[in-house]
Design a protein around this ligand. Structure first.
Ligand code: TYD
Length: 136
């Protein structure tokens, strides 16, 4: 599986670092929603879903975490530990987030508003959807 990462160069100087991400310039989609996950307890694994129509960029802006990706054929384990690095997740990708370090903050830029109907939360249903799309 091809893991797609974006790099956001920091504007660093002797005061520290600053990263700017501009919609329409630095991302492959227009951002409609931003959310972030923090205070995740050690050992927690979350996500366990795919989306039919949602692109996302995940940036671990503080600390680190790992993302398990599954496209129905292959899986990948991606370490996010840099505030300058964004993981792109396209439609139809099962994802789980785990190994959150203490103080980790996972920022998510999303192409659509929150829509519970867009979630596929059952892994077997996810595989079935992938197979159906491939047989079309
Ligand atoms: P949930 O989907 O369980 O998180 P994860 O991505 O780790 O599986 O979301 C947790 C709660 O937050 C759930 O009640 C839905 C709500 N939520 C929103 O209201 N808006 C959002 O944009 C997101 C991602 C979640």
């Amino acid at each position: 599986m091809e893991v797609i990462k974006y790099t956001f160069p920091p504007h660093g100087d002797d005061r520290g670092q600053l990263v700017a991400i501009e919609a329409g310039k630095d991302l492959p989609f227009e951002v409609k929603r931003v959310y972030y996950i923090y205070d995740t307890l050690a050992g927690v694994r979350r996500g366990f879903h795919a989306h039919r129509n949602l692109q996302q960029i995940l940036v671990c802006v503080s600390g680190s975490c790992r993302i398990h990706l599954d496209d129905g054929h292959e899986t990948a384990e991606v370490l996010l530990d840099k505030p300058t690095e964004g993981l792109y997740i396209a439609n139809d990708m099962w994802r789980e987030m785990y190994d959150f370090s203490e103080g980790a903050v996972l920022l998510v830029l999303a192409s659509e508003y929150y829509d519970e109907a867009d979630y596929i939360r059952n892994y077997d249903a996810f595989l079935q959807m992938i197979r159906e799309k491939e047989s079309q």
